[in-house]
Design a protein. Sequence first.
Length: 277
Amino acid sequence: MSEEVQTPEEAPVEVTDTVEQPVNILTSEGKFNEEWRNSLPDDLGKHSIWSKYDNVTDLVKGSINAQSQVGRKAEEFWSSEDENDIARKNEIMGIPNSADDYSFEVIDIPEGTELDDERVNTFKELAHSIGLTNEQANELMNWEVEESASSFNQIDKDSEIALVEAEESLRQEWAGDKYEYNMGKVSNVMDFLGLSDFKDDPEIGNNVGFIKALFNNVVPLISDDEIIQQGMDENFATISDQLSVLENDMYSFEGHVGEPSYQKMVKERELLLSKLS
């Protein structure tokens, strides 16, 4: 018998993946590796910056210098007094080109009041001089209107309170019918002295000390007859003025005296003369 010869099995060959070695960014000389640059996307790897900066130190210095240039240019732009630069700055920030270009929308204007055009124009000039946007200026305008309305309302309330307090004080001193009688005297004397407009002034009309001083020191010096006579004199002057104007119209009348318009003036003249008699 022949003996079988066994062939030994070959050991399996181990297959390993090929690992791509990383490319060094820098060469041994400290410059940027061309192979590394070529591995970058085209818009980066082929950029002209590599011809200007071939090492890290120069690239960093160039970056710092570029940033400083940008900052300097921005500073020069914002501090520029050139008309074109100013117009561009205003456009960027939303500032109107002139004071007249501000447009305000006032939300709540108090009833019975209106904006003073002169003061509004003055405010526009101020807003433009300090570089306010239209929105900022409009907010300030509305705030000012609200504050003014609040102040006026408070003044009215204070005046009403002062009026009530003044009346209560005088009624305590001038009890019963004396209050109405004495206040009537004071009112007549103020009219006689030409102070009628001051009766509605809170500083005077609500001033207990002033009213009492007028009653105690002035009222006794002016009699009722003088007050009545003054009223008659004023009325007489008014009628005389009317008569003078009417007679001038009659004198310059160019039509016939029999015309209705002239006869009407004749009757009016007779009526005025009867009032003077």
